[in-house]
Design a protein around this ligand. Sequence first.
Ligand code: C2E
Ligand code: MG
Ligand code: MG
Length: 823
Amino acid sequence: MPEFELTLTLGQFLLPPVCTGILIIGTIFFLYIYLRTRETLYIAVFFLGFFGIIFVGSETLILIFGGWFHLYEPGMEFHRIEQLGGTFFLAVLPYIMAYLLHLGDKWKRVNLILSVIGIFVTMVILLCAFIRPDSFISMKHHNARWLVSEAYYGRGAEGCLITVRDILLGIFIVYGIILTIFDLARHRDFRSMGPVLIGIFFAFYAAIVDIIYQYGDIMLDPFQGIHFSRFTAGITVAIVCIMVSVIMQFIDRTKEVTIAFRALNSTNERFRQISETISEVFWLIDTRQNKLLHINPAVEKIWKIPRTALYIYPETWLSSIHREDYEKVKTLLENPDIKNGEEIEYRIACKDGSTRWIRENYFPLRDENGAIYRLVKLSADITGRKKAEENLAFLAYHDSLTSLPNRKSFYIDLERTLALAKRSQKENIRGLLFLDLDHFKLVNDTMGHTTGDELLIRVAGRITNCLRESDSIYRLGSDEFTIILTFLTNYTDAALVAQKIRHVLEEPLLIAGQQIIVTVSIGISLFPKDGLDMETLIKNADIALLEAKKTKDTYHFFTEAMQKKAVHRMQTITNLRNALKKPESFLLHYQPLVDKNGSIICVEALVRWMLDGTIVYPLDFIPLAEETGLILPLGELILEAACKQQKNWIQDGIQKVSLAINISPKQFRQKGIIDIINRIIDTAGISYKDIDLEITESCIMEDRENAIQKIIALVQKGTRFSIDDFGTGYSSLSTLQKFPLAYLKIDKSFIEEIPANTYHVNLVRTIITLAHNLGLKTIAEGVETENQSDFLRDLGCDIFQGYYFGRPVPADEMTSLLKHKRL
Ligand code: C2E
Ligand code: MG
Ligand code: MG
């Protein structure tokens, strides 16, 4: 039987069991959360509760067994357990605080260390309590009476450890309060930190009460005289508050997680939308397991294979790569140092048999050791761009019309061919053919550019087909082609090729319903005979072509004589250029034109060039001047001089005859020629009626519309127009009809053999009839004999010009002739 009586109110009695119950529920709850989340904070709170249960539970047991039922007098066992719980509670507290407060990692570490220290101190206290129980707690009464009576704790050595523990407890709790207040002040997280503060405060209260109680009664103590309950309630409230705080944080975090989860969901949705709509293929590959984690539908459009097939057999991708690009891609994939964004372009063979170009960018994901564990790839179909690039590259080296290699390719290939030929041990002959279509300009001008283009394409095709594989043809521009012949066994082989080309062009071409016969002039230079380097060979082939062009529809090998001629030609051009700076180098001779009665009705101005004291005749420089464009300043010079002379004759009162001036085709086509003529005639102060202009057939056949306007402009003012050298050109009757012409000058080549050549006789007769039918007068050029003159007169020719009537003479001689007017 216990020797004491314990009188407790129901409230006092129920407090410890109720607190124990609350703690048990809370602790189980946190254990559950810990098991779900595996977060150390929750297991720490669990331990907090667990030690709380030990503490408060042992108090309850003391109360039940010793205090109420008097069954057993609680001794040191329960007491030790109680202190154990309290002490461990103390030790775990800083650790929890570290988690609950918004402390940095540094403070977390400090609190962790404090927890370790707390546990260590607890262990020491416990050890001491078992070795020297009275150093832990000293009780004068080893029975339950201390619970109700004035418990007496020894001072000094006895019970000193419990004092140490309580002081430590106090320090830790005060430390906790300071941290919490500090945290609250900084973050104002009253929702979750408020309960912590209250809890810590209660812990503080409990600790203070416990310490003070050991040394004396506390004023205003509702449990006056009763040792337990205050501390029990304090610890329970502290633990519950901390638990509430943890729960609140847990709820907050759950909310955050829900929001994050929702955000993640919508991010996923957005990612899905992007992934399914972009035209690029997006790959996510687990490189360690060689597994495809994600691929978007774009792959099906480009690769033409179902996505699922790639998921099951990712290697399908590798096997789709073009044979020639496979190694390149493989090397990149196996490179451990693959850069972020590294780019590669390769071809793939699609399931539908097509070849596509892919541009791929690689983005490796690396682990902490730098090893690649994932690979993100972005593939784009660049077939269109590649084709455009190839097209551009093709166009850079090819002619867009005929698709033949162009001038650039020609230079590159010729250089290479010659380099190879020079290196070769055997004697290697190479041939260079320069081709120029005859009268191509006429086709263009009369039949239109579309026909001209078609003609070029067809000619290019025919020539290409007749060449050997080893020979190459190039289009240099317009109607100029060139051919490099390789592996010729002798020089005449080149002639065979030239013959073959002429032969394949013999067959008329049917273009736009019209039959066109095209002929070609070819110039040939040979390596090594005609030159060892590119420049010389090109120059010499060009010289040979120029020679061939003179006769047309033929080929010419380059010869030394040609070169001499070419040099001479160049020299003449230079001289002509220089002479133009000194207008006095040119003078005009005049040749009379007479009517049927032998009266001079006109004089033709014919230019002469005085070069180093000798006369150079027009046929030796006019074509060159025409070719080089020098005819424009020269033509102007002649016009001015002729008009001035005509003015002199008029002024001198010599009976008026008209003056015929030759206008070359280039000069006539010149923009503003009418203005120039107007200016010169006006400056000279003569009438338009005093001037006849001689133009050639080509002048009116090329660019007819412009020609007709120019002629009309001058004819309206009184000038007459003649067609010079008629019969050598290609003018058609219907065209002639449209022009307001005055004379046809029958070319002297037809007059020469009259009357012996019946063909010419017939031709001239036809021309005269034709001219008369068109209302034109005829002029016979190059009449050298009386016989010719009579015959032509009989044929009905109107006007005559030739040595028989008078050679071209200088102006003063012509003046005296004119004075007589008759020859
Ligand atoms: P063309 O206009 O047909 O001039 C007639 C040419 O025939 C002249 O040659 C003249 O000397 C020559 N000729 C005249 N009668 C006879 C003859 O009975 N027998 C022979 N064999 N020839 C005769 P030329 O002066 O050498 O001029 C040749 C060509 O040069 C001219 O042919 C003309 O096309 C051109 N030419 C001459 N002077 C000029 C000029 O001032 N401007 C332009 N643009 N061309 C000119
Ligand atoms: Mg003439
Ligand atoms: Mg003539």
